[in-house]
Design a protein around this ligand. Sequence first.
Ligand code: PMP
Length: 285
Amino acid sequence: AFGKRISTWFEGQWHEGNTPIMGAADHATWLGTLVFDGARSFEGTAPDLDLHCIRLIRSATAMGMEPCMTAEEVLAIAKEGIARYPSEEPLYIRPMMWSREGAPGMIAPAPDSCAFALCIEDLPLSPPTGVRLCLSSFRRPRQDMALTEAKAACLYPNNGRMLSEARAKGFDNAISLDADGNVAETASTNVFMVRDGTVLTPVPNGTFLNGITRQRVMALLMADGYTVEEAVLTPDDLLTADEMFLTGNASKVMPVTAYEDHEMQPGPVSARARALYWDYAHGRV
Ligand code: PMP
């Protein structure tokens, strides 16, 4: 039984429960042409919700679809959903676009056959107690190997494999490397390390998601006087970290407490980054 509370906007109406939205013959059902985004509302605010809606449109375009809505229309539906969903809990806001039909005689999606739905569900924020990371045996594909410029559902089974592998080894999440063997991200977040007071994070090279939270946290730390640098980081560089933290829409800023057998304490920079993000989210920056 589907026990989770969820509301879905589909074809002009809100539906409760795990409402069906796809057909057996949809191109996305068969060939995985679905893009999505994920934003969080909490404590009466939904930071950068507009940027998540804009990224959905970019992902759909990268997938070869003509988006059937504008970012402004998606934003309006997201705001309506937050307003009508009765909850004291943080909410996960997940707009999706997918392809209904293929182009004639081809496995490419028909550009003008785009569908849209937006789901809202409870997703409480994790306390910032710390994440234990291992190194994944799975890598992120390059841009010429997969559609990494889209937040495409078809990329995520690999991230699922990373998480299952990490959990089987007693860790919470895993660092993925790019095709060249440099640090990319985790299965669900971007990565930061702090060394001698400098904040370092991998250079966006198309292989990993250049997260909205990542970019926000970089800007907030720089405005607060920190030196923040994008750098090519090897897995061994992470062993020299004084502290590490992760960013993503789900947990916002989370300290790392272990990388492989290297134990770390949640440090002052991740605590500051988290506080700055909360101030930003509540309009205090
Ligand atoms: N990397 C991956 C693979 C993700 O799924 C996410 C979550 N969307 C992130 C990074 C963080 O991105 P954002 O800050 O935009 O949520």
